[in-house]
Design a protein around this ligand. Sequence first.
Ligand SMILES: C[S@@+](CC[C@H](N)C(=O)[O-])C[C@H]1O[C@@H](n2cnc3c(N)ncnc32)[C@H](O)[C@@H]1O
Length: 280
Amino acid sequence: MGRAYKMKGQNRKNKDERYDREQPVEMAGPSKKVKTDGSDSEKEENLEITACDIPGIPMAPVDTANNKQRVIFVLEKASLEVDKVGKNFQLLSSDEHAAFLAKSKRNPADYRPDIAFQAIQTILDSRVNKSGRLKALHVKTQQGRLLEIKPHTRLPRTYKRFSGLMVQLLQDLSITVTGNGNGNGEKLLRLIQNPVTQYLPTNSRKIGFSHSSEKLIDMHNYVGKINDELDLVFVLGAMSHGKIDEDYVEDYISISEYPLSAAYAISIITNAVERKFKIL
Ligand SMILES: C[S@@+](CC[C@H](N)C(=O)[O-])C[C@H]1O[C@@H](n2cnc3c(N)ncnc32)[C@H](O)[C@@H]1O
């Protein structure tokens, strides 16, 4: 039998609401647009973010967690490196810059920014984030630069625009929202000081993910057994090969017999957490 769609509290205010809307950096709350389609001319401009209202999207960053258990993701070894290719700075990728990378004696296989792009999108799109239970997202590049992405950031959904934004971020050190009326631009994305551990709550369980871990577990059972008082820190690699081996990780686990993409591993993790938190 079909399900009655009238919902208590009626969240669905806008019938035309779209979840894959092409919006570059914006706050998931007060919607902000940023001008960057990845084109060369725009990469050289300052990022301009203007306010625009999207019906159905709340006007403030979602923070419904209060004292509830929260989630932090750390993506390690992300391939996010900018270099001057021809006249312009670009995010290096094996697809676009194979000849340039070979010429500069770099292994094209190491340049896979699409892995971080997909992983970040999967985290920000998750119900964990939509429900306000994502506390932080940190991305560490292979060059050791540490990025903070605010959970209410809405990143460009196309790779081309994402790469333009990363060029801007890695050069300018932050992306600020302007035009939100309060005069204080919020830094939605920024480079922050290492080490990442200084941003992790002391009362948290720090879990690393690797296919090569001998501890093969069912993710749903695993998170179900973690003390509800502890925040959950999930550490994954955002590189194409090799494995992560970080000192601050307390437990390394494998969640499948198969090697997975970072994005797919993240969706298994977020699904398990959503079940634990009873988020539908
Ligand atoms: C593209 S994979 C990296 C490839 C690497 N050879 C490996 O298997 O770890 C990206 C990340 O996804 C996670 N991952 C992939 N398969 C996994 C598995 N079966 N169990 C746990 N984590 C996994 C790991 O954090 C890994 O660093």
